[in-house]
Design a protein around this ligand. Structure first.
Ligand code: SF4
Ligand code: SF4
Length: 425
């Protein structure tokens, strides 16, 4: 990829040497984790291609669209309303935050005990290795957990185009009013960025594109309820991860094509894992690319992951936006309603999340839940302790894992996961 896109990356101000190293590690990781799986659906070829070109063709495509006037908005959180970005004729991309990079430099600006996700996003900036970040016309930060909101103060010193969105911390009426006010302010900001006014028609279009993407993913999730499973949890996770990068219409078509194939597989009893393989629901922190360590350990320990209660998974994709409103005001209300239901652990109290985990465990016939939190992530770590007693009451076995992106604890994690799988099997 290097020779073909070197000029493009250079023009974005990236560090080509460091970027080559990153791509080599990514490529090897992808081969080991994904391409080594047996009996993958043919429809995964599309995702393999997207991943092989994730810093190449996709960036080229976005930069070409930008020459035609399409702005690029980068985000770190599923609270950034995609419908509004699309309504203003811009494209939304998720920013890299799933792997360690330039950690020495990061620890000069952030405390060592900051979660891996935040440190990763700084590493990609300080190491100059993320073409999405370097291409973005607007980077959206959001005041969610304390780590994120304070680190955006530091990120603001490193970039010139950070837009920070305030987010509520409760589900009260006042909190909803804050979210609405912030979404309206964000809509004004993207209108200003793009020069495109947001209208009823453009909002309806933005909602339609985003809902179609979610509906395709809901279809994929539903097919994972089958036993035996027609697709691995790793591949389904990959589809969720790619949803943050690829052009939405193409992504939707590709997921639907994959689902057609999976329906056939279920009919013909073609599966990736044998029937009665222990079924695991993953729950917790988001797993951005290339954070594949734990899912890989789980699926190479004799279990199959049947669902993700995560922002890279059902928490981020659950619920559609009602498109029946006939004016901008009611469509904006519908968007607020949809996002206000996201049960991120920054909310207090957050009983809905526990209810969702129980519901998902039942719907997906999970034999156990693995609750995953990044080291130093207080919201998910603290919530995990309460979840443990709730799951016990519900009779759902749960394993609590705290880890980061480094490979150092892989052996120890494998031992714990294998013991859990044996217990629920
Ligand atoms: S876990 Fe919370 S802060 Fe993180 S992406 Fe999800 S909603 Fe945003
Ligand atoms: S919620 Fe947790 S994982 Fe997410 S940014 Fe904050 S500390 Fe990190």
């Amino acid at each position: 990829m290097a020779s073909e896109y070197g000029g493009m990356w250079k023009s974005l101000g990236m560090d080509l040497g460091a970027h080559d190293q990153l791509l080599a590690v990514l490529g090897q990781g992808y081969t080991d984790v994904f391409l080594s799986q047996a009996n993958r659906p043919k429809g995964m070829d599309y995702f393999n291609f997207v991943m092989s070109e994730v810093h190449g063709l996709r960036i080229k495509e976005m930069l070409e669209a930008r020459e035609q006037g399409e702005k690029i908005v980068g985000s770190y959180c599923v609270f950034v309303p995609e419908e509004i970005v699309r309504a203003a004729g811009a494209t939304l991309v998720g920013l890299c935050s799933g792997g360690d990079f330039a950690m020495e430099e990061v620890e000069r600006v952030l405390p060592r005990n900051t979660c891996a996700l935040i440190k990763s996003s700084f590493g990609f900036k300080l190491g100059k290795v993320c073409p999405y970040l370097e291409s973005a016309d607007m980077i959206v930060g959001e005041n969610t957990c304390d780590g994120k909101k304070k680190s955006y103060e530091e990120l603001n010193k490193l970039v010139s185009n950070l837009y920070v969105m305030d987010l509520p911390q409760t589900k009260s009426e006042n909190a909803r009013a804050l979210l609405k006010a912030e979404f309206v302010r964000f809509a004004r900001a993207v209108e200003e960025l793009t020069g495109n006014p947001i209208t009823v028609e453009s909002l309806k279009k933005g909602i339609a594109i985003t809902n179609a993407k979610r509906q395709a993913m809901h279809r994929l999730e539903a097919l994972r309820k089958a036993d035996p499973e027609p697709i691995s949890g790793l591949d389904a996770l990959l589809a969720s991860q790619v949803s943050f990068y690829d052009a939405p219409v193409r992504f939707t078509e590709s997921v639907n094509a994959l689902c057609d194939e999976l329906e056939e597989r279920i009919k013909d009893n073609v599966a990736v894992f044998p029937e009665k393989t222990p079924r695991i629901l993953m729950s917790g922190c988001p797993m951005a690319v290339p954070n594949w360590k734990l899912p890989w350990i789980v699926e190479s320990s004799g279990a199959v992951i049947v669902g993700e209660e995560s922002c890279v998974g059902e928490r981020g994709l659950r619920n559609l936006t009602d498109d029946s409103g006939q004016d901008v005001e009611s469509l904006m209300e519908a968007i607020v309603d949809r996002y206000f239901k996201i049960d991120c652990a920054i909310f207090t109290p957050n009983e809905d999340r526990a209810d969702h985990i129980v519901q998902m465990a039942k719907d997906y016939k999970a034999d156990g839940v693995i609750q995953y939190a990044l080291n130093f992530c207080q919201p998910y770590q603290i919530e995990a302790m309460g979840l443990e007693s709730r799951m016990e009451k519900e009779g759902i076995p749960m394993l609590r894992i705290e880890t980061d992106y480094s490979p150092e604890d892989a052996e120890q994690l494998k031992t714990r996961v294998e013991a859990f799988v044996e217990m629920i099997g």
